[in-house]
Design a binder for this molecule. Structure first.
Ligand code: NI
Length: 488
């Protein structure tokens, strides 16, 4: 897709999102009517698609606008393809963190477009725009293995990467008037004599090897690698990279450079089939990889309370997602507030019926208490059961044996319930948080709720992503009855 087209597409997309987006903007692909008809089938340009045939495909939005810095990231959520969803969202999250920690200021806008969605292959291009600068990279997914793969997975090993780099450098020099000494970083000096291509069989992709290779070629312009409709490889250069306009270099007869996965992707593009079989239509339970970006889970206990709605507003300003460990009794008394928190994208989890010390109870009594609380939560929100936080963080072997859910404690205790002091709450939360932390607050205290805007501001400035407990532990297995205090 040419530069101007996707820019136009971005504008229409935003217009649609602005109207339809609640806090957790989840717009179905079909609803993005402005996208339809925008499909480009340039034989000599990057091939993109609108995979309306993927059941339940939605677009989620993460947007923050504070202190002169605006971030808007829209990422596809693909049911049945968790790793793909996570790779795309996390790539955007990495660029958000980089943008913020380098000082922010101005506007970062990110979105993804699909390259292919058939023949067991998904491909998408993540596009990040900051003022005149555009970063783009392509991301791939092998349905059979359920693995997200980087651009290097298309190519038949490191030697093919070098070969492609040489071909692209030569094309820039010969066809696009790029001077030999003005090649973008990561490309060799153009030479008429290309490195010898070994006549090798296309290899099966070894995920570990291709990720390692992608890391080695981290800043390579080849990371923006796709196909044209004829199945030739296309490398795109954003405006300003090698010329004022966008430049797309097409490498004809590129099949010998491709891995077996690359050949499947190429075949899928050429066939243009509009169907994809995914193993399930389950919506991913998490969308971010907290090993790749700094995450923190803010947790609020003992509510819902009178100031919970105000807290929800504070969180919304940062697109921050939190976890509410609610009491069953209060949930039964104020289901609307708990439902509002759920609808805003927060996690609602179990903090017992009325805050009894579970360690003093019999196994049966613990079971009944937790079960009754889940029922109140389900009644109010319909959410699935996730985790339990025992009151006072208190539990013993009987408690552990009687609770069929992971026990979530914390590694950062703000002691807000004790001092009820906004400044102390801010200080404890910000100074204590490390990547993977779980921070304990109580939203029934007004000084705590008043502390949240500053907590969000300071942690955001450090590049943190505010996630639910389930997202924090995404990709890890949590055992029932086992206590966890942070993501290590
Ligand atoms: Ni509590």
């Amino acid at each position: 897709m040419v530069w101007k087209t996707w820019k136009r597409q971005l504008v229409s997309w935003c217009a649609v999102m602005a109207v339809t987006a609640p806090l957790t903007a989840c717009t179905s692909w079909e609803e993005l009517g402005a996208l339809k008809g925008g499909r480009e089938r340039l034989a000599d340009g990057l091939h993109t698609i609108e995979p309306t045939w993927i059941d339940g495909l939605t677009v989620a939005e993460h947007s923050v606008s504070v202190d002169g810095t605006t971030i808007t990231s829209k990422y596809p959520v693909v049911p049945g393809a968790t790793d793909f969803t996570v790779d795309i969202r996390t790539t955007m999250a990495e660029r958000e963190t980089e943008f913020i920690t380098q000082g922010g200021g101005g506007e970062l806008t990110q979105h993804a477009e699909f390259l292919v969605a058939s023949n067991g292959v998904l491909g998408a291009r993540v596009i990040s725009q900051y003022e005149d600068r555009v970063d783009a990279s392509t991301h791939w997914y092998d349905v059979a293995s359920g693995e997200a793969l980087p651009w290097t997975a298309l190519l038949n090993g490191d030697q093919a990467v070098d070969q492609l780099a040489a071909l692209v450098a030569l094309a820039l020099y010969k066809d696009h008037d790029v001077a030999a000494d003005a090649m973008p970083d990561g490309l060799p000096t153009p030479q008429d004599e290309l490195p010898d291509a070994e006549d090798t069989e296309p290899a099966l992709v070894d995920p570990e090897a291709v990720w390692k290779s992608a890391e080695k070629h981290e800043d390579s312009p080849l990371a923006d690698l796709g196909f044209d409709a004829a199945g030739d490889l296309v490398v795109s250069f954003s405006p300003g990279e090698v010329a004022d306009n966008e430049v797309q270099v097409t490498v004809a007869d590129s099949e010998p450079l491709l891995s077996r996965f690359g050949r499947s992707a190429r075949q899928a593009v050429r066939d243009g089939e509009e169907s994809l079989e995914l193993p399930s239509n389950t919506v991913p339970t998490y969308t971010i990889d907290c090993d790749r970006v700094p995450c923190v889970a803010l947790t609020f206990d003992d509510g819902p309370g009178a100031d919970t709605p105000l807290l929800l507003k504070h969180l919304e300003a940062y697109s921050a997602k939190a976890t509410f460990y609610v009491l069953g009794q209060l949930t039964e008394g104020d289901p609307d507030t708990v439902r509002a928190a759920m609808e805003a994208g927060h996690e609602i989890a179990n903090h017992s019926w009325k805050h009894d010390n579970l360690a003093t109870k019999s196994g049966n009594a613990v079971q009944d208490d937790i079960e009754k609380t889940w029922k109140a939560i389900e009644e109010a929100t319909g959410v699935t059961r996730t985790t339990v936080r025992p009151p006072y963080g208190s539990y013993n072997e009987t408690t552990q044996a009687s609770i069929d859910y992971p026990l979530i404690l914390w590694d950062v205790d703000t002691l807000d319930w004790q001092h009820r002091d906004t400044e102390k709450t801010i200080e404890a939360a910000v100074s204590g948080t490390r990547p993977g932390s779980i921070v304990l607050f109580h939203d029934i205290h007004r000084p705590t709720v008043d502390a949240i805007p500053e907590v969000l501001s300071q942690l955001h400035a450090k590049g943190y992503h505010f996630v639910t407990v389930t997202e924090l532990f995404g990709g890890r297995t949590l055992e029932p009855g086992v206590a966890y205090t942070r993501r290590d």
